[in-house]
Design a protein around this ligand. Structure first.
Ligand code: NAP
Length: 246
């Protein structure tokens, strides 16, 4: 893999983690892969878009995060399991003062999660950010997950991020999907968008990052970094906030 910006150079796992180190202890990064025609899935899954370079960047981003967050539809569609980094990455985390594998956090208003699915299978407990309405319907969820109520009917994403910070999980990696990402952007909670452009077309039926925005669409981004591998471009865009803004 070749780093093109901010300076040129080849990258290995160690240097990728340095590249993707969060600039602050409270920093929310979103990571997405998209085809040349903007598609973010093939038959409901993002896997067919990726390849070894994007997988390496994906793992580096996980390795530097305090927590990995996903929307419930992505967790279900991609059959999410607990994050497993392996001994080398965990060793580098320890050297940086971070804990073992980062926990997984799922955002769901309805809490319609199959407790037999892989996401519940870890040694550490899954964090579920949900609503009072859902918890009253599914009180047993608390037996298998760390359930946090963030609103009555809809999940207040500010409350989610505040809770993560209280737990010292301020370096957040959100792995999608588009609905949760739009919600985070609309709430002005995103600091960085990592976007991989995969050199293929998937056709117009595929869903994309665009859709109904539940609030203001962020105005501007600045390019913080660019990496190339097997024809994939992995860009890192920093959200530009107006002077004096959060
Ligand atoms: N290309 C990529 O990099 C990439 C990355 C991730 C996902 N994907 C693809 O994206 C698709 C799923 O994306 P999606 O947009 O349908 O779903 P999503 O963003 O993964 O999840 C949406 C769900 O999140 C929950 N949620 C709770 N509060 C929310 C809030 N305030 N704002 C937004 N969501 C909230 C709701 O769960 P409940 O319905 O349970 O209440 C909602 O239905 C899958 O096909 C997946 O493969 C692609």
């Amino acid at each position: 893999m070749l780093q093109l910006l901010p300076e040129r150079g080849s990258l290995d796992s160690d240097s990728l983690e340095r590249l993707y180190a969060h600039p602050e202890s409270r920093h929310l990064r979103v990571n997405f892969i998209t085809s040349l025609d903007g598609g973010i899935e093939v038959d409901g899954r993002s896997g067919p878009l990726g390849g070894p370079p994007d997988r390496a960047a994906f793992m580096a981003m996980r390795a530097v995060a305090d927590v990995v967050m996903v929307g419930a539809r992505t967790a279900r569609a991609e059959d999410y399991g607990p994050v497993r980094l392996g001994p080398d990455r965990v060793g580098r985390r320890a050297a940086r003062g971070q804990g073992g594998d980062p926990p997984l956090a799922v955002v769901t208003a309805g809490a319609d999660l199959d407790t037999g699915s892989r996401m519940f299978a870890g040694d550490g407990r899954l964090i579920v950010y949900t609503t009072a309405t859902a918890v009253s319907r599914r009180p047993t969820l608390r037996r298998v997950a760390d359930v946090v109520v963030c609103g009555d009917h809809i999940v207040d994403l500010h409350a989610v991020v505040a809770d993560l910070r209280r737990r010292n999980l301020g370096r957040v990696l959100c792995e999608g999907g588009p609905s949760l990402t739009r919600g985070l952007f609309a709430a002005d909670l995103v600091d960085e968008l990592c976007l991989t452009l995969a050199p293929l077309l998937v056709g117009s039926a595929a869903s994309s990052l665009s859709g109904a925005w539940p609030g203001t669409v962020p105005g501007r981004f600045e390019l913080a970094g660019l990496v190339e591998g097997d024809g994939m471009l992995m860009a890192r865009y920093r959200v530009v906030r107006p002077e004096g803004g959060g």
